[in-house]
Design a protein around this ligand. Structure first.
Ligand SMILES: NC(=O)c1ccc[n+]([C@@H]2O[C@H](COP(=O)([O-])OP(=O)(O)OC[C@H]3O[C@@H](n4cnc5c(N)ncnc54)[C@H](OP(=O)(O)O)[C@@H]3O)[C@@H](O)[C@H]2O)c1
Length: 457
């Protein structure tokens, strides 16, 4: 079947042309549409709104079969398209014949999008439609949030200039400090003369860091696996046996995406590592943090969350996602939980008049191993190198939360690029915050009213 393409011509009123026999055509009012039959016209409204005009000589003449100039000038003819017959005014002025070109690129885009939808549906064909739609929403929303995060880093990155004070042998505890963003935070904390205790899965992995850092004699490494509450408890008792005061706790360790896995305690793995393990550690170290804080120099809990919390919601009825697992939703949920818990615990501590403040920080979009489970890392590692923050840059907002004096008035703040970040409305709902805190206490088997109040060695 012949294909028909249609676009609206740019209206060049009264311009002259050659009729093909060497005669100049008169100036003439050009109205309506000029057409050429050479593409597929699916929809009149669509096609006439896509404007592209190419000048040429003969096709229109041939198509409409009009021979005299007068006939050509007034030619009204129909284009048979796939979905109907359109009556279009067509005007030929000899050489100046407008082609009405369907935008083929748009057609390819529509085809590619349809193909993507079909592939997405095929991969998820065993799932009920409501879950397919939910997963698609999360996937799209996460791409948007990631891109917005990148743009924010480009525009606001200049703000990241935290001042490092002299830590005067104060004590910092950080989870996951041997690589990625955490390692850079550790280097700076040591530079600030702090004693730094890091919790990592394999302590031998810290050897390289110990060789590299300044003041390495102040670095202490203990084993910690956040997938296990037992390990969290062992880690905290090692810390508390050595030091009865702690001044900074950075809950930094994290994992992103991966297959569904339950930990030995029965928690979904991203929730366990990113949130529940840290929640329990905070409970265990809070007495030491309270000991370390003074009105002049409050202790700080810094939860490293992410802009990826934004599409998230807490599924209170199925927080471990046993009914349906979407790894993107699980990451978003775990990061949202960190943010909400920061706000709730900070409020709790204010009511107790404790000299401890909590902050949550989005470090930026940073080129680290966190992305190893993503296609993006496999396909575009060079984009990550070029466009993402370095781990050193990612560490700066965390250091800001650890040290900035102006933040004392803003406990509970969510920080991105050293200023307040955008957080979703779910995270601001106080009832949800309390519900999450209650549920988390139940999950880690801590009495609500005893949270952070007993020293457990
Ligand atoms: N990179 C980004 O763009 C980005 C953006 C927003 C937020 N964040 C957050 O920033 C934090 C640091 O991420 P990163 O980019 O530095 O990632 P990374 O390079 O992959 O480092 C992750 C760290 O988490 C530790 N970890 C993982 N599982 C653990 C477990 N079960 N127990 C104890 N430690 C564990 C790792 O320690 P091991 O050495 O023991 O494996 C490692 O030190 C994470 O919370 C992440 O969600 C990162």
């Amino acid at each position: 079947m012949r294909r028909t393409t249609v676009t609206r011509t740019r209206q060049t009123r009264g311009s002259a042309g050659d009729d093909g026999n060497g005669n100049r055509s008169p100036r003439m009012p050009v109205s309506a549409y000029n057409i050429r039959i050479d593409g597929t016209c699916f929809d009149k409204r669509y096609s006439v709104s896509t404007v592209r005009v190419i000048l040429s000589g003969h096709d229109l003449e041939q198509r409409c079969g009009k021979q005299t100039r007068a006939e050509r000038e007034k030619a009204h003819f129909s284009v048979k398209a796939l979905n109907g017959t359109y009556r279009l005014s067509a005007i030929s002025t000899g050489e100046r014949v407008a082609y009405l070109n369907f935008h083929k690129k748009k057609m390819y885009l529509i085809l590619a999008a349809s193909l993507a939808v079909i592939i997405f549906w095929y991969i998820n064909r065993d799932k009920p439609i409501k879950y397919i739609l939910r997963d698609a929403r999360y996937a799209l929303h996460m791409q948007g949030v990631g891109f917005a995060g990148l743009v924010d880093d480009w525009l606001q990155g200049w703000r990241n200039k935290p001042m490092l004070p002299d830590g005067e042998k104060r004590i910092a505890v950080i989870t996951g400090g041997a690589r990625g963003i955490g390692a850079e935070v550790v280097k700076q904390l040591l530079k600030a003369n702090m004693i730094v205790i890091i919790g990592i899965r394999r302590p031998e992995m810290a050897e390289k860091l110990i060789r590299e850092v300044e003041n390495s004699e102040n670095l202490i490494v203990y084993q910690l696996d956040l997938q296990s509450l037992k390990s969290v408890k062992l880690f905290s008792s090692e810390v508390l046996k050595r030091y009865s005061t702690v001044h900074i706790l950075v809950n930094n360790a994290g994992i992103m995406y991966g297959d569904y896995k339950l930990t030995e305690d029965g928690f979904e793995s991203q929730l366990a590592v990113n949130y529940l393990g840290h929640f329990y550690l905070t409970h265990l170290l809070l007495p030491a943090l309270k000991n370390g804080g003074t009105p002049q120099q409050v202790s700080r809990i810094v939860n490293v969350t992410s802009c990826a919390h934004y599409p998230g919601e807490i599924d209170f009825d199925d927080i471990n996602m046993k009914k349906h697992y979407d790894t993107i939703a699980a990451y978003a949920q775990s990061k949202l939980a960190q943010l909400m818990s920061t706000r709730y615990i900070n409020k709790m501590l204010e009511l107790e008049n404790a000299h401890v403040k909590c902050y949550s920080v989005h470090p930026g979009i940073v080129d680290t191993d966190l992305f190893q489970q993503t296609m993006f890392r496999k396909l575009f590692p060079w984009v990550m190198k070029m466009c993402f923050k370095t781990p050193q840059q990612g560490a700066l907002p965390i250091l800001y939360a650890c040290f900035d004096k102006d933040l004392l008035q803003h406990g509970g703040l969510y920080i991105s690029n050293c200023q307040e970040g955008y957080s979703n409305s779910f995270s601001k709902n106080i009832m949800y915050q309390e519900r999450l805190h209650t549920l988390s206490c139940e999950l880690v088997n801590v009495k609500f009213e005893r949270f952070g109040k007993e020293l457990i060695l």
